[in-house]
Design a binder for this molecule. Structure first.
Ligand SMILES: Cc1ncc(COP(=O)(O)O)c(C=O)c1O
Length: 369
């Protein structure tokens, strides 16, 4: 039996008894567009992050980002500072909004931004800093929050991989002016298709986003802004509502399995394990190790029936479509090195202890070869 990286059937099987009737109710009693299920999800998801927050359901994490950039009134040519070690789609969203990404190389040991490097990258056209909590590890948003306040610019968070992550006891998604969430099926909380949400404490921004996501319509007939059709679907909201009560427990399970990996894989020669910073409670969206012989290790594990992933094997500034827009950022050697050495071991709340032990045994055998 293969140890998979993910298995959606395993996730849905125990949920189906509740989910089947909930979907049926949606078809017969709710509205297909902006139904009650969407309102409920927006409220519940925002509430779990704290009082006074607004949730705006949108069609994907990417749309969440693009809508926020537009709602903030940022103009073409404005700059956003962010980590070069990233999901390339983060850069795409900035470019779609006409913004100029200013990528900063991270600290090699953690892949996180160093606030002093962010400070040095801020220029006269910088409007914001985007903290992407990659793999579910919080960026130093506590320090970035004060830095942005001092420099008079906006902090945004990309929490696509960081549902339930915390820093200093505070939830990721509550540090900046707005946070983007993705509910892509592979995420810790996933829909069965694309879905996303913006979280913000700013009521005026929330209202602009509700208009912008709906073709710019303020009412049924009144087009008050030029916006895309980027709403969260009722059916996806039904699925997210059914899963939300489990998210805390699922996250704990990821934390338990990650702790087991960190203990079981300690000391394997040639392997660098993910580091957890003081005060950080990662969401463990992925368990990413680094290894100079990444491809050999990957092939060794595949031969033992263990699937692995790569997040992400090509740095954003080396992507053919993005490179021409990022030449001003320089060679960014740390991001390149992290891309060349990363390997994601199987991790989800559905994985059994026995599967994780199989992976640990196999990686240890590789270390002894
Ligand atoms: C860090 C990060 N940001 C943004 C996104 C974009 O989200 P989506 O796929 O929902 O557009 C993703 C996931 O795909 C992601 O992992």
């Amino acid at each position: 039996m293969t140890v998979p990286t993910k298995d959606y059937a395993r996730q849905y099987a125990p949920l189906w008894e509740a989910l089947g009737p909930a979907l049926r109710r949606a078809f017969f009693e709710d509205e297909p567009i902006l139904g009650e299920a969407v309102d409920r999800f927006e409220l519940d998801f925002a509430d779990r992050h704290g009082k006074g927050l607004h949730g705006i359901g949108v069609s994907s994490g990417t749309d969440a980002a693009v809508l926020v950039y537009r709602a903030l009134g940022w103009s073409p040519g404005d700059e956003v500072v962010t980590n070069a070690h990233t999901f390339s789609g983060v850069v795409t969203a900035l470019l779609l909004a006409g913004l100029v990404p200013r990528l900063v190389d991270p600290e090699p040991e953690t892949g996180r931004l160093r606030p002093a490097d962010v400070d040095a990258a801020i220029g006269p056209r910088t409007r914001g800093v985007l903290a992407v909590h990659l793999h579910g590890h919080p960026e130093p948003v506590d320090a970035l929050e004060s830095l942005c306040a001092t420099r008079g610019i906006t902090l945004l968070e990309d929490c696509a991989q960081a549902h339930e992550a915390r820093l200093g006891g505070r939830r990721a998604g509550t540090f900046g002016r707005a946070a983007f969430f993705s509910f892509h099926p592979s995420k810790n909380l996933g829909a069965f298709g694309d879905a996303g949400l913006v979280l913000t404490p700013d009521p005026a921004l929330a209202e602009s986003l509700r208009v912008l996501r709906n073709l710019g319509k303020a009412g049924k007939y009144s087009f008050d802004a030029v916006g895309p059709n980027a709403k969260l679907d009722t059916l996806q909201a039904v699925i997210l509502n059914a899963k939300l009560p489990y998210l805390a427990g699922w996250t704990e399970r990821r934390r338990t399995l990650s702790a087991r990996y960190r203990e079981g894989l300690a000391g394997v020669p040639g392997l660098t394990l993910p580091r957890v910073e003081a005060g950080a409670e990662p969401a463990w969206h992925l368990f990413v190790v680094h290894c100079a012989e990444r491809d050999a290790l990957r092939a060794f594990l595949a031969a033992r029936g263990i699937a692995t992933g790569l997040h992400y094997p090509i740095a954003a500034h080396d992507q053919p479509a993005l490179a021409p827009h990022l030449a001003h950022c320089g060679p960014l050697p740390v991001a390149r090195a992290l891309a060349a050495t990363c390997l994601s071991l199987p991790l989800s709340h559905e994985h059994g202890d026995d599967e994780i032990e199989r992976v640990i045994d196999a990686v240890r055998d590789w270390g002894r070869r």
